[in-house]
Design a protein around this ligand. Structure first.
Ligand SMILES: Nc1ncnc2c1ncn2[C@@H]1O[C@H](COP(=O)(O)OP(=O)(O)OP(=O)(O)O)[C@@H](O)[C@H]1O
Length: 222
């Protein structure tokens, strides 16, 4: 589904490349963990996959089409969705309105559909009362559920998440990772998670380690 070809990236100069000539494939129906020491370049790599930045060398293809060909704005709007450690919900709004905003921005077929937004939140364990509160009044685990519901309600087949459980306790971490597994396996999405947590990586289908600019499969893809 997603193919990385001869990818290279640096911030200041090519002599300081974070990674070079990276070739990888990511498939639907799978969850991937990306691990590696702090500063290795995991977030940078994820931002390239999310179309938030452009490679300095090589290319990224979705179903054989280069992201530059699709157009980064169209790619971000329709093909990829991002979940962050800090949830990045719209403050002062309810979970329902957060989802409705995302549905409008992505021009989803469910645009304006309150019942659909409610159903998505309900599936992730939000109560009717929680759905209508200001999101800032919810716990971290509840806010991350809203963020994931928001990522699920859009039609994007690729979900990238940067330390999505970084602010959560063990119980919420397990629940959130189980949700990502469900999204990948039942909705046929490709989920790529950057994490520092060994238990999160262990719960994913595949693990990729970034170290000294090289990516290495810790568990080989089948
Ligand atoms: N905008 C930027 N300009 C210049 N250098 C940057 C920029 N963003 C990140 N870097 C540098 O690039 C390197 C990789 O950063 P990145 O955030 O991708 O690593 P990471 O593996 O995600 O780290 P962590 O696990 O600590 O979040 C670091 O040395 C960082 O200082």
């Amino acid at each position: 589904m997603l193919e990385i070809k001869s990818l290279g990236y640096w911030y200041q100069s090519p002599d300081e490349s974070l990674f070079n000539d990276v070739n990888l494939k990511f498939e639907a129906d799978q969850t991937y963990a990306i691990i590696g020491s702090s500063g290795a370049g995991k977030t940078t790599f994820l931002s390239l996959l999310a179309g938030l930045d452009q490679p300095k060398a090589g290319e990224i293809l979705l179903d054989g089409q280069a992201l530059t060909q699709i157009g980064l704005t169209a790619y971000r709007r329709h093909q990829v969705t991002t979940v962050f450690q800090s949830y990045n919900l719209l403050p002062y709004m309810s979970p329902i309105n957060n989802l409705l905003t995302a549905l409008a921005i992505t021009e989803s077929q469910h645009k304006g559909d309150v019942a659909y937004a409610k159903q998505q939140l309900q599936q992730l364990g939000l109560t009717d009362d929680q759905m209508t509160q200001n999101v800032q009044h919810l716990s971290g685990g509840q806010q991350q559920r809203v963020a994931i519901a928001r990522s699920m309600c859009c039609d994007a087949r690729l979900v990238v998440a940067d330390e999505p459980t970084g602010n959560l306790d063990e119980t919420n971490t397990e629940a959130i990772i189980a949700l990502f597994q469900k999204i990948a396996h039942e909705q046929h999405k490709c989920v790529i998670i950057v994490t520092h947590e060994a238990n999160v990586a262990a719960a994913c289908d595949q693990t990729l380690k970034l170290s000294n600019g090289e990516f290495e499969w810790v568990t080989q893809p089948a």
